[in-house]
Design a protein around this ligand. Structure first.
Ligand code: GLU
Length: 307
């Protein structure tokens, strides 16, 4: 019943958004990302019981990029209590996702875990927690998505590693402030791999159901995060999930969400549903133009957000 209603809404949105030629630009600063088909567009919805439906390219896998930062943060929050927040802040950054400038003023402590510097600190702590960090990340994502068919895209990982000067600079800079514990090379290797994970809209929507349900993985009943940590992670998505467009996303859409430069966006309505959109053309902030448009129309047509 409910799914029928959601499906009608997303089908209508899909038709009207598809009729407008995609604006924006496909990311090419990581060359392998530029290989996607322009105009790709998919939407998927997942319900708390794991059922899914969607429209367009909702089964096509794409590079999740920064959406992976939510998974690694969840993994680290499981193990580290409040001590994590000495090393990474919880405020919107108001600057681009890969900015170096703010770090200098703020003594190597990144503003939040979703800008690149913050995500690098989180991945550095993750490497300290797991013997085989890449395998651990993959197995975490597979478990929350309820699917084993999720892999690193080695071509994207290699391409990002070969063009990682900016992320290397961020990591070395933070290491000079004592805020990176391990080897920078290992860190960048793990980070490029986590960003390269390929998932479809359907898999992404499913993989955020654990946050929709306040920390419980619906696929095996395991508690991933306490209610309080799930609240904190969701709040960070609302305030910091879209770089320096986070305020505008909250204003227009009214949901916690996270974007990636592969053109994916995932968002959720607590207790009700999780929704993923993919369209690779990005705006100047690095967020999918159609993705934001779709989600704004969705909460408007549905009349439900978190507010
Ligand atoms: N792998 C990308 C980078 O570090 C992630 C950025 C993003 O998706 O916003 O540049």
């Amino acid at each position: 019943m409910l799914m029928d209603k959601y499906k009608k809404i997303i089908s209508r949105i899909y038709d009207s958004v598809s009729a407008i030629p995609p604006r924006g630009k496909i990311a090419d600063y990581i060359p392998a990302l530029a290989q996607v088909a322009p105009g790709s567009y998919g939407i998927a919805i997942a319900l708390p019981d794991g059922r899914t439906d969607g429209v367009g390219h909702w089964h096509t896998k794409f590079s999740i990029q920064s959406i992976s930062k939510v998974f690694t943060l969840a993994m680290v929050m499981r193990h580290m209590g409040s001590s994590l927040w000495q090393y990474v802040g919880r405020e919107p950054s108001g600057s681009p996702f890969n900015s170096l400038v703010q770090l200098e003023h703020e003594h190597g402590i990144p503003r939040n875990p979703f800008i690149n510097a913050g995500a690098l600190v989180v991945t550095d702590r993750l490497i300290g927690l797991y013997d085989r960090p890449k395998e651990a990340i993959l197995s975490f994502v597979r478990s929350v998505a309820g699917s084993d068919d999720i892999y690193f895209d080695k071509t994207v990982a290699r391409s990002e590693y070969e063009h990682a000067s900016r992320n290397l600079a961020l990591a070395h800079f933070m290491k000079s402030f004592g805020n990176i514990n391990g080897s920078v090379d290992t860190l960048i290797d793990v980070y490029c791999n986590q960003c390269s994970i390929a998932m479809s809209c359907e898999e992404l929507a499913r993989s955020f159901l654990f946050l929709t349900d306040r920390g419980i993985n619906p696929f095996d009943g395991e508690r991933i995060l306490s209610v309080s940590r799930a609240k904190r992670l969701s709040a960070l998505m609302l305030t910091c999930g879209f770089y320096d467009e986070s305020g505008d996303f909250a204003f227009r859409v009214g949901l916690p969400g996270k974007s990636g430069v592969g053109g994916g966006i995932v968002a959720f309505i607590p207790g009700r549903l999780s929704i993923a959109v993919w369209s690779p053309e990005l705006n100047e902030y690095g967020n999918s133009v159609r993705g934001i448009d779709t989600l704004e129309r969705f909460t408007t047509d549905l009349g439900i957000s978190i507010f």
